[in-house]
Each structure stands twice: as structure tokens, then as C-alpha cells.
Design a protein around this ligand. Structure first.
Ligand code: AMP
Length: 189
């Protein structure tokens, strides 16, 4: 498939997706579309969406599919996503979101879905250490639970479509970045 590159990145919260996405943006020149960042900036700006999303995020729950699909649809319609390609980070998190994504982009539109795999114990420690607003013990536990319940089936969904690549993310940042780039380059070859 030709450029621009269109990727989805998965991983438990605390797996280092944000850091790795920053490197992907530098390496491949794609747009970074992080639904978590978009929601956090809506919260900071005190928009209607932000006011609604704050309590849900603090509890570690998921914002509704319709809202999330609307946000992503709008974002993907912006010129940079079409021109530069993108890495979607934090979306889709449910199979309903994955199905909506295919409707928006068309079938065969993604190059790969990459799962950065880091064990539960490690991400739990990392989240406790970073101390974000929603990193309470309950919030962390709830998000990990929802990852298994809601997002694991999305990984299976991509696997069934031959798009899933799992990489070991439990290593130094540079090592993981190399692994990630190698996996992407192989998919693009
Ligand atoms: P993240 O930065 O991706 O870890 O997202 C932070 C929080 O935003 C999550 O715990 C959810 O409450 C919410 N969120 C982000 N992306 C989504 C999504 N695709 N679907 C539902 N909720 C989301």
C-alpha cells in the first residue's frame, strides 16, 4: 500500500505509547491523533465535552462510543491527517469504535495495528509513579480491567484482519523504538 502511513497503536496505559508516538511522528512525519490528549485539552479548556468527560476519565471509565467516534471523525477530516498520514493513539478502544473507524476510512485503509506489550505489574508501577489526575489506585485498576474487557477484543478484531503486530515493549525506550520502527518498516515493505 502506498503512503501516507496510517497506523493504530495499542498498549495498556503506562506502556509508553505517548513517548513512542512522539518518535514515530519524528521518523515518519505522520500526525499524532491521541484521543486521551484531545479529551484532556477539552477538560483544560472547560468545553462542554471536557465537562462531561472529566468525571468519566477520573473514574477510569470509557467515554461513550458515539462521542469518541464523532471526535475522531472530525479529526481525521482535517487536512494534515490525509496529507501526512497518522498514528491513532487511544482509539479504537471498543469493537464498536473499530467498526466505525473502518466505516470512516474505508476497508483496507490501515497499514497496521501495533500492540506495545508491557506486563500489567510494570504498567501499574509506572502509572503510580507518573501521578496523573486519573492515576488513583481505583482509576488504574479500572482502566486495566477495561483494557482486558473492551480493548482485548479489538486486538483480536485486528488480528483476524491480519493487521495486528505485537511487539515487546518491556525494554529501554530506544530499544522499543527500534523494534517498533522495524515492525512498521516490515509492514510497509
Ligand atoms: P489515554 O490518554 O488514552 O490513556 O486516555 C485517557 C482517558 O480518556 C481514558 O481513561 C478514557 O476515560 C478516555 N478515553 C480516551 N480515548 C478513549 C476512547 N477511544 N474511548 C473511550 N474513552 C477514551
Amino acid at each position: 500500500m502506498s503512503n501516507p502511513i496510517r497506523l493504530v497503536i495499542f498498549g495498556r496505559q503506562g506502556a509508553g505509547k505517548g513517548t513512542q508516538c512522539a518518535r514515530l511522528i519524528e521518523r515518519y512525519g505522520v500526525a499524532h491523533i491521541s484521543t486521551g490528549d484531545m479529551l484532556r485539552s477539552a477538560v483544560a479548556d472547560g468545553t462542554e465535552l471536557g465537562l462531561k468527560a472529566k468525571a468519566i476519565m477520573d473514574a477510569g471509565d470509557l467515554v461513550g462510543d458515539d462521542v469518541m467516534v464523532g471526535i475522531v471523525r472530525e479529526r481525521l477530516a482535517q487536512a494534515d491527517a490525509a496529507e501526512k498520514g497518522f498514528v491513532l493513539d487511544g482509539f479504537p478502544r471498543t469493537t464498536a469504535q473499530a467498526e466505525a473507524l473502518v466505516m470512516i476510512l474505508g476497508a483496507d485503509s490501515l497499514h497496521a495495528a501495533i500492540d506495545v506489550d508491557v506486563p500489567v505489574d510494570e504498567v501499574t508501577q509506572r502509572m503510580k509513579a507518573r501521578g496523573r489526575d486519573d492515576d488513583t489506585d481505583e482509576g488504574i485498576a479500572r482502566r486495566l480491567e477495561l483494557y482486558e474487557q473492551e480493548t482485548r477484543p479489538v486486538l483480536d478484531w485486528f488480528e483476524a484482519r491480519d493487521l495486528l503486530v505485537t511487539i515487546d515493549g518491556f525494554d529501554a525506550e530506544d530499544v522499543v523504538a527500534e523494534r517498533l520502527a522495524a515492525a512498521i518498516d516490515q509492514r510497509l515493505a
